[in-house]
Ligand binder design. Sequence first.
Ligand SMILES: [Zn+2]
Length: 287
Amino acid sequence: MKILYVTDLHGDEKKYNKVLEIAIEENFDAIINGGDMLPKDDVFFYEQNKFINGFLTTYFNELKQANIQYYCMLGNDDMGIVDRIFNVVVAKYTNIHIINHEPAILSGSKIQIFGINLVKDYPFRLKDRCRLDSSNDVPNAHQIGTPLMSTGTDLGDFIKFKVIQDYNDYLKRKPTIECALEGLPQVDKEVISILVTHQPPAHLGLDVCRNKDKVGSDAVYRYIAQAQPSLSLHGHIHESYFTSGFYANKINNTVCIQPGQDFSHLTYVDIEINGKDIKHKWRNIKI
Ligand SMILES: [Zn+2]
């Protein structure tokens, strides 16, 4: 089973197209996208719904024609208000699967795949998917501006932002990342299992920001150590590999991967699973 793992494409059409081209040329069975799928620059931020109905719909058709299975979820920069429209579009395709809280079996295999797209609180304003790591965590001390959540009419025809009045209270009322992980299905030790969390775990060099801050999740780390999936895939911190030099590490027998994402290059990881054997290679390709 050949899997192409990519994350944090942020609506970059050239990168999406290159991924498809590589998957076809190199006979990948499946693509996994770890989140932050939609455009986020100032103008396009408000048009994430149009990107889903436009480019992504065409892309999903191309994947279908190429007979490639696609496992994906939205991320923290993809507004919560577009979840519904994303679900509606994805439901039209039998080869596109949302893995956020929705476990799946990788087509043609016994490989179990599941994930969550929540992230630890950070300084950035869009808080739709921000949560406390565990019950003794606190909101990030540094905040760039007033915390916001996305809002708008049904199906996201008109996207706006709404100020979160009492952010501490908002976070306290939401289930923590630890809690969300506990709600995932039991890892089946008899088969290969893949956990995808947009938020990287702490302590592995997969969470290092440009200023060397480490922003990984202890809850994700503990969950992996206890549940022991065969493979865990992450994203979120684009520059981590370029800062720490690590795109992969291990927690006991679990292989943990966070490829990051480059600016002018497409960054991804080539994964080959043969029985219980997992091989992986970091790739960074000029586009
Ligand atoms: Zn992210």
